[in-house]
Every structure is written in structure tokens, then in C-alpha cells.
Design a protein around this ligand. Structure first.
Ligand SMILES: Nc1ncnc2c1ncn2[C@@H]1O[C@H](COP(=O)(O)OP(=O)(O)OP(=O)(O)O)[C@@H](O)[C@H]1O
Length: 685
């Protein structure tokens, strides 16, 4: 069977349905097989209506006796159905789903699942048991299987049809790509891939579900681990590591020129990095530290250490604003030491770009700071010895590997991130790196006080901002959108800027910053903000990472419900970077109790790591990582929170497999068919 065959050509699908399936990421037969059920409905477990109890979640089967539609006094459309199974009757309620009324008919069979509550009559006496907001399963009562798999599907794809194409595809699974060799499956007692796929889609028991999940999760995590190890190997083949000497003049001079004393955490991390760089084994280290914890200075020290030993070093960051900020600050420290620092950005003019490439190739620039521009094919280094990537989650692992591949020797690698990454995630994605941590912020930092407020408090809040600005501080106002959108009802930066600049802040220097401005405009605004010529900066999230203006002590986030907690924490990290008391005000009119619960965590928790764990717990990995715009793999079945034990086994198996120089062909074939993004795209075999 050709598992890469376009889904459109599978019997019964055609272009329209294919388009709908493509939106779910299903482009071929393999994708179809690895689009797993969201849950199962155990149809054997039906409770007779007469036996259902209050507060119980039950499956009920019955036929419709009556259908009623009415409008509530709040204008909500309510559909009430009375269902009977001959042992009793049950009331089922839908709110605001008018399309349902059309599909329901008297006498029709229904299979429903939901939590039982009681409906009361006007006088408060008990009336009838009811289910509100339950799952309705269309024609599935006719299906014979006990555990009915439920998939998230668009309206145009009926579940029954979907299951029928799955059944066809599952009928021939020989030659299905599988990353796990028989020896590994035997060692860890795992099903074959064919069995696992059959059982995950059509289980006959709880045990089938568990065993198939275990195999597929193991395979997924094993692949990622092998992919990481393999990527590193192909980029380091036939190369030697670099080896630095003990710190000497340049590093010592820089160290004593620093405007502050390193904290104990920074000292510890720095000595770990020195040890790595001084050893002939290439450094592979992840430096984690909360926003504003002082990672940059560690990066500068490492960059200079490489230069002192005769190597070029590169720092890759995710935004031009950040690259320019580092460049400005580094030059202040490094020019006096006679070190040549250069900047490589996508927005340079053709001539500037040509010159930059020349400086890099000839080795005149010793330290190069840049964005993705650094990994273009045209960039050639004279002798790259150290690669630092900042905010790694924005770069795929493959992108990091491309930069490393530009060195003739195996470069030392330091990855820095302020995005708190839960431990399981660190293992999944950075399985190949040693971890260093800066746990505490530099001394003298005051906790940022965070408040969640509704927009009715807006005026008072901006009065407070004005007062702070008049006392010499600077402020950010962050908005979710650049311009007003018809579809999304939230505040735009342009609109907010207009309002503030002509209203309460008309005598204050305000500026508007967003991604659509030219690089030069952005740079000018940031420089003016650094120089305290601009006092209020209305911005989109372009300032999210790394921007360091210690005098800015207040931030208002408009439409705060539009952001994830991790992102809000990053944003908030732009203030509280100096000695001033700092305030972050989150404005949201969201009525959703979940959103309010999520946002109020920001008021209570200042520690980015604790916050990230909470965010992950509240929103689940999909949304959490989605909001991070990461370069992470799109995990199909593994859960970074709950599958730690399988992860640890998979990691052990991958290390052993790769260390024994076992064949990688089948693993790579599976990786390449499974991951379409850049994360682990492996072309060299
Ligand atoms: N040991 C220290 N003592 C006092 N101030 C420090 C110390 N280390 C760093 N700083 C200052 O703290 C601020 C934040 O440091 P830095 O920009 O390195 O943080 P970061 O970890 O890179 O933050 P982010 O992840 O937000 O970019 C800077 O103004 C820096 O000069």
C-alpha cells in the first residue's frame, strides 16, 4: 500500500471532502491512520433512564417523544426534547443550536451522553431529570462496535463515512512505516504498528486502547529522540570539537568591566559553560532562566571566550528588534576590548548585506548577531566556534542544526530560553542538551504587581500611568492587533494609539510600534524609547521577547484574554527590569470563568515556571504550545504532561539504538512521513 497516496484519490473521497480533510492535516493515507479518536463512547454501557442518578455522567439510548423550541427572556434559543427508553423519560436541553432543531424528528432514535441534573418547575418542586450540553451522536446507534471512536470532524464528513474509509485503509497495513524495530518492541512489550493502529481506531476493550496508545506514544517519542540524535550526528560527522583555554585577558577584562557583580546563579552557570568550552567534547547546553534573569551577560561572556580562543561566534535571535538591541549593547562593552561585532539581518540593503557576508567570510567580524538571516545558504563563516541561539522555541531543531553545520569544526552550542519549559518538554525537545538554570533574579528587583481589571477601569488606570510617567518612568500599552478588524472584536494598537495620543497623553511623547513598520522605523522608535525620548509606547507583541528598557515600569495589556499565560509573562517581563516598582495591568471584559481563572493566576504568580505548568494544566498542551509559535513537533498522540514514563523509556531505547549504530532508514522514513513542518525534517540519510 502507498501510504503517501493523496487522500483525494481514496475511494469515496474526491476533491471536496479532501479539502475538508486537508484542514485537519490529513493529506494522505498515513495522516488518516494517525488522526486518532478524541475519545470513545462505550455503547455497551447504557443506563436505563429509570436508573440514572443525579450528578452522574451516563450514556442513554432512547427515542424522541416530543420536540419544543422557545426563546428565553435573554433571547437565547432553547430546544427541549423529551426522550424515552420505555423505562422512563429524560429531558434534553440545547441552548442556541437552532440547526439541531432541523435535524431532530419525533420518533427518531438518539444516543446521548451527559451529566444528569434536575429541572425544577416554577414553584421549585422536582419535575424531571435532564441533561444539558451533552454529546449527541448522529446515526451511530446503528453501529455495532462496543467502543465507538469519536473524531473531531468537519460537518461535511460524517463519522460513519469516516470510519468506513478508515476500515478500508486499515485492511492493508503491510509495509506501514514504523520506527520501532522488533527487538525494541519485544524489549518494551509493545504491539506491532499494524495492531496498534487497528486497535486504536476500533478497540474491543479498555486494554486494547491502553496497549495501542502505549505503542504509538512510545514510537512518537522514540522518533523524536532518534531524530535529535541523528540530526546532530549528520551535522558533526568527520568534524572535531573546539577546545578553549582557561579564561584569559579579554574575558577577564570584560568581566571586570561589567556594571554589576554576577549573581550566584549566574556564576554557577558561567562556570558550567566554561567547563564545557574548555573540554574537547562539544558543548551542548540549554540555559533556562526566567524573563529578566540575566542570561544575556552570560551569552556575551561566552561569545568573548570563543573570540579569545581565535574563533568566531554567532548569536541568533528571533526578532530584528532584539538583534539590534543586543548589537547596540554589545558594542558598548566590546568595542573597548577591540572586538569586532557585526549585525546580519534580513532587512539590510543589498550592499550592506554583501558587505556583511564578506566580513563574516573573511573573519573580520568576530561576533555576529543576527536573525534567521544567519542560516541562509549564502552565509559562510571563516571559523565558527560557538553558536548561541536565543529563544530557541522560535527556531526548529533543524534550523539550529543548519547554523551549527556552517562550522568546519563542531561548534559549541548554547541555547537560551526564557520561556519556561516544563521538564517533560525539555526532554522531548531538547533531549540532546544539558540544562543550566538561572533560578533567581538579580538583587534589588521588586516583584511586578499585576492586576486584572475590566475595561470600565480603563480611565483610572491611564490616569495612574500618566502619574508614573510624570514621575520619570516609561510605559508600554500592548494590544492584540495592529489595526481594527471586522472579524475580531478587540482593541487594535492603531486605534489605541490614536485615542491615547490625542487624549489623556496629548502632552506626552507617545509612539506606535508594530510589525508592519519598516525596520528603520522600528529601530528609530526603539532607540528613542531606550533613550527615554518616548515615554509611552503603544505596541503589538513585537516587544514580547528580550526588549530591555529598565526605566519602563508600567505595562497595560489591552484585550489580555487574547494572550496565553506564557506570552503574558513574557510581555510582563519587559517591565520590572530595573530598581523601580513595576505594575502590569491586564484589561479584559471576558465573562468566561475559565478565562478569568486563567488571567487571575497572573496576579498571584510571578514565577514563570510555576505559571507555565499552570497554563499547561489549564489549557492542555495543544493550545499552550500553539500560542508559543514554537518550532516544536506537532505531537500526534503523546502528552508532554502525562507520558513522562514512556518518554524516559523511549529516550533510553533511542540512545541505545543510535549508540549501537543501528540502521536509521526506517526511523527517518517514519519521521519524514509523520512530520511535515521543519522541526525534524531530515533529508540527509
Ligand atoms: N547580576 C546582575 N546584577 C544586576 N543586574 C543584572 C545582573 N545581571 C543582569 N542584570 C540586568 O538585568 C536586566 C535583565 O538582564 P537580561 O537582559 O540579561 O535578562 P534576560 O535573562 O536576557 O531576559 P529576557 O529573557 O527577558 O531577555 C538587564 O538590565 C541587565 O543589565
Amino acid at each position: 500500500m502507498n501510504f503517501e497516496e493523496n487522500i483525494q484519490y481514496v475511494k469515496g473521497i474526491g476533491p471536496k471532502k479532501a479539502q475538508a480533510l486537508n484542514k485537519l492535516g490529513i493529506e494522505n493515507k498515513y495522516n488518516l491512520l494517525t488522526y486518532y479518536p478524541k475519545r470513545y463512547n462505550n455503547q455497551s454501557d447504557i443506563t436505563p433512564i429509570s436508573e440514572i442518578e443525579y450528578d452522574e455522567t451516563v450514556n442513554v439510548k432512547g427515542y424522541i417523544i416530543s420536540i419544543q423550541e422557545k426563546i428565553s427572556y435573554k433571547g437565547m434559543k432553547i430546544i427541549t426534547v423529551l426522550l424515552s427508553d420505555d423505562t422512563g423519560t429524560l429531558q434534553i436541553i440545547w441552548f442556541n443550536q437552532p440547526f439541531l432543531a432541523r435535524s431532530l424528528k419525533k420518533g427518531m432514535n438518539l444516543f446521548v451522553k451527559g451529566k444528569i441534573s434536575y429541572a425544577y418547575g416554577g414553584s421549585g418542586q422536582f419535575c424531571i431529570k435532564q441533561i444539558i450540553s451533552y454529546f449527541l451522536l448522529d446515526d451511530e446507534q446503528n453501529e455495532q462496535c462496543e467502543f465507538l471512536p469519536i473524531y473531531i470532524l468537519p460537518g461535511t464528513i460524517k463519522p460513519k463515512f469516516y470510519r468506513s474509509i478508515l476500515t478500508d485503509t486499515l485492511s492493508d497495513l503491510h509495509n506501514i512505516p514504523c520506527a520501532l524495530a522488533e527487538s525494541i518492541r519485544n524489549e518494551y512489550k509493545l504491539l506491532t504498528k499494524a495492531d496498534a493502529l487497528r486497535k486504536i481506531h476500533f478497540p474491543k476493550s479498555e486494554e486494547d486502547i491502553e496497549a495501542s496508545r502505549k505503542m504509538l506514544i512510545f514510537e512518537e517519542l522514540f522518533m523524536i529522540q532518534c531524530g535529535l540524535i541523528h540530526l546532530r550526528k549528520i551535522h558533526t560527522q568527520n568534524k572535531h570539537g573546539i577546545h578553549c583555554l582557561l579564561n584569559s585577558t579579554l574575558v577577564k577584562k570584560l568581566y571586570s568591566a561589567l556594571p554589576f557583580k554576577l549573581t550566584a546563579d549566574q556564576e554557577k552557570v558561567w562556570s558550567e559553560i566554561c567547563n564545557d568550552m574548555q573540554s574537547s567534547t562539544p558543548m551542548q547546553r540549554l540555559l533556562q532562566g526566567d524573563v529578566g534573569s540575566g542570561k544575556t551577560v552570560i551569552a556575551v561572556l561566552a561569545l568573548v571566550k570563543a573570540v579569545e580562543n581565535g574563533w568566531q561566534s554567532a548569536l541568533m535571535v528571533p526578532t530584528e528588534i532584539l538583534a539590534r538591541q543586543h548589537f547596540r549593547n554589545f558594542c558598548l562593552l566590546l568595542d573597548p576590548l577591540g572586538i569586532k561585532t557585526g549585525l546580519l539581518l534580513g532587512s539590510l540593503s543589498a550592499k550592506e548585506h554583501r558587505d556583511a557576508l564578506q566580513q563574516i567570510k573573511t573573519g573580520k567580524w568576530q561576533i555576529i548577531i543576527g536573525t534567521h538571516a544567519l542560516i541562509q545558504d549564502k552565509v559562510e563563516f571563516a571559523n565558527l566556534g560557538l553558536v548561541i541561539t536565543d529563544e530557541q522555541h522560535r527556531f526548529g531543531v533543524a534550523q539550529r542544526a543548519y547554523l551549527e553545520a556552517k562550522a568546519v569544526h563542531i561548534p559549541d552550542v548554547l541555547v537560551m530560553t526564557a520561556t519556561p519549559i516544563p521538564r517533560t518538554m525539555t526532554l522531548t525537545v531538547y533531549g540532546d542538551l544539558n540544562v543550566s538554570m538561572i533560578r533567581h533574579l538579580p538583587p534589588g528587583r521588586k516583584n511586578i504587581r499585576t492586576f486584572l481589571r475590566t475595561k470600565s477601569a480603563r480611565e483610572k488606570i491611564y490616569q495612574f500611568v500618566l502619574k508614573e510617567i510624570k514621575e520619570g518612568r516609561q510605559a508600554y500599552v500592548v494590544c492584540p492587533l495592529i489595526e481594527i478588524s471586522e472579524n475580531i472584536k478587540t482593541v487594535s494598537a492603531e486605534e489605541m494609539f490614536e485615542k491615547l495620543n490625542t487624549g489623556i497623553f496629548k502632552n506626552i511623547n507617545c509612539a506606535l510600534l508594530h510589525g508592519k513598520l519598516s525596520a528603520i522605523e522600528k529601530e528609530q522608535i526603539m532607540q528613542d524609547f531606550f533613550a527615554n525620548k518616548i515615554h509611552l509606547l503603544v505596541s503589538t507583541t513585537v516587544i514580547e521577547v528580550g526588549v530591555n528598557v529598565p526605566n519602563a515600569s508600567i505595562m497595560v495589556v489591552e484585550g489580555a484574554d487574547r494572550f496565553g499565560l506564557a506570552q503574558l509573562h513574557q510581555l510582563r517581563g519587559r517591565i520590572g527590569r530595573g530598581q523601580y516598582k513595576s505594575y502590569c495591568i491586564l484589561l479584559s471584559d471576558s465573562k468566561s470563568s475559565k478565562t478569568v481563572e486563567r488571567l487571575s493566576l497572573m496576579e498571584k504568580i510571578n514565577d514563570g515556571f510555576v505559571l507555565a505548568e499552570e497554563d499547561l494544566r489549564l489549557r492542555g498542551p495543544g493550545q499552550f504550545f500553539g500560542a508559543m509559535q514554537h518550532g516544536l513537533p506537532d505531537l500526534k498522540i503523546a502528552n508532554v504532561l502525562s507520558d513522562v514514563n514512556i518518554l524516559l523509556d523511549a529516550r533510553k531505547a533511542a540512545e541505545k539504538w543510535c549508540a549501537n549504530k543501528n540502521p536509521m532508514t526506517e526511523i527517518i522514513r517514519t519521521i519524514n512521513i509523520q512530520y511535515k513542518n521543519d522541526f525534524l525534517k531530515i533529508t540527509d540519510i
